[in-house]
Design a protein around this ligand. Structure first.
Ligand code: TXA
Ligand code: MG
Length: 355
């Protein structure tokens, strides 16, 4: 494909949207902004269209896709039923960064979308351009994050082009994505028990306001080795969001111990001739000497850290940093999603500063 940048600064430009909608209706691929990250969309009902997503991303075929809808009525065409808990979650959080795994209606979407599972993941994005594009296309849109598989997810149209230029049919530019990390993926039982398969834009604290109980899929706590339990969200087993350098997360009982250990490791790496990077927060960033120092904002503002995380990881790649260390943030609110992505980016490699 010879992709076009269909610019829409803030308000969705009707002309660009109609054009992008027509490309999707004809079986093409268009990247578009959502409130979480940019997605790469295609008609979820068409296997030929969906195969272009897998090809462009280099995505493993056993990793199913999220289907994006703009209207509650579209759900009836996709799933066999919705239980009470699911209904309440949708009423509270749609449109928004919550994805529900629901029983798929046979034949409703391409089997490439569900990767052969009997469920389909569905969400209604909270972004005017995304909603307008879904309506303009007339399709339920399968849309994974619009990055090359294994790269940090795109939070700007420029990130999409960095990864997918030449491999897709168009990009709708809507400026920076809002939340910065992907949607929360959940499965909900009729009795109100909610299982988080992937932490994301809707926090566990928010879910607890609706659910009788909230638990994390036990597979989330593991590094994804052969001894780990199989995750219910197949995508969680892949090393996603990996920067090109080797990344480790540094933990410890005190911030001073963590900072001292990080600087010692950075100094040692520099002595070995490696280009170094550190991912930190405003409270500590001034402490470090590294080739690339990225702050995710204040430790007290996890929403800011979520917004900055993926662009920050891309900065290390741009600078060619080979040895990367990251601090942790509290796993409260969006901090849980930030730490989940950071640990995945590090392949769960952790240095304990107290050891
Ligand atoms: O915020 C988001 O969700 C973004 C934007 C573009 O909407 N999309 C996104 O899609 O993150 P993707 O493909 O990068 O991640 C989809 C996740 C994967 O972890 C996948 O395994 C899981 O959802 N998933 C999809 N279908 C599933 C299913 N039927 N059962 C369990 N997990 C499923
Ligand atoms: Mg992704």
């Amino acid at each position: 494909g010879q992709e076009e940048i269909l610019g829409i600064a803030d308000a969705p430009d009707t002309c660009a949207l109609q054009e992008a909608g027509a490309v999707l209706a004809a079986g093409g691929t268009v990247a578009f902004p959502t409130e979480t990250v940019y997605g790469l969309g295609a008609d979820a009902r068409s296997t030929a269209a969906v195969e272009q997503i897998f090809a462009a991303k280099g995505r493993p075929s056993d990793n199913p896709l999220i289907v994006h809808i703009a209207d509650p009525a579209q759900l009836q065409e996709l799933v066999t039923g919705v239980n009470d808990t699911e209904r309440r979650l949708m009423a509270q959080f749609w449109p928004g960064p919550l994805t529900l795994v629901l029983p798929v209606k046979p034949g409703a979407v391409s089997p490439r979308v569900t990767a052969g599972l009997d469920t389909v993941a569905v969400r209604m994005p909270d972004h005017p351009a995304a909603l307008a594009l879904i309506r303009a296309s007339g399709c339920p849109l399968a849309a994974p994050s619009a990055n090359r598989s294994g790269r940090p997810s795109p939070t700007l149209a420029a990130h999409v082009l960095e990864d997918l230029s030449g491999a897709i049919d168009g990009v709708l530019d809507g400026g920076p994505a809002g939340v910065g990390v992907e949607s929360t993926v959940v499965q909900a039982a009729p009795d109100g028990a909610v299982t988080v398969l992937r932490p994301g834009g809707i926090t566990e604290e928010q879910l607890a306001g609706i659910a009788a109980s909230v638990r994390r899929d036990p597979a989330l706590a593991h590094a994804g080795g052969t001894d780990s339990p199989a995750p219910r969200s197949p995508g969680m087993k892949y090393t996603h969001y990996a920067p090109q350098g080797a990344l480790c997360v540094v933990t410890g009982r005190t911030a001073a111990a963590v900072s001292a250990r990080i600087q010692a490791e950075l100094d040692a790496a520099r002595t070995r001739g490696e280009k170094t990077g550190v991912l930190s927060f405003d409270e500590h960033i001034g402490f470090y000497r590294a080739d690339v120092a990225v702050s995710l904002g204040s430790l007290a503002a996890p929403e800011e850290a979520a917004r900055r995380l993926y662009a920050g990881l891309r900065q290390f790649d741009e600078a060619g940093a080979a040895f990367l260390l990251a601090e942790t943030c509290p796993e409260e609110g969006l901090g849980a999603a930030v730490m989940n992505r950071l640990l995945k980016a590090a392949g769960h490699h952790i240095i304990d500063a107290d050891a």
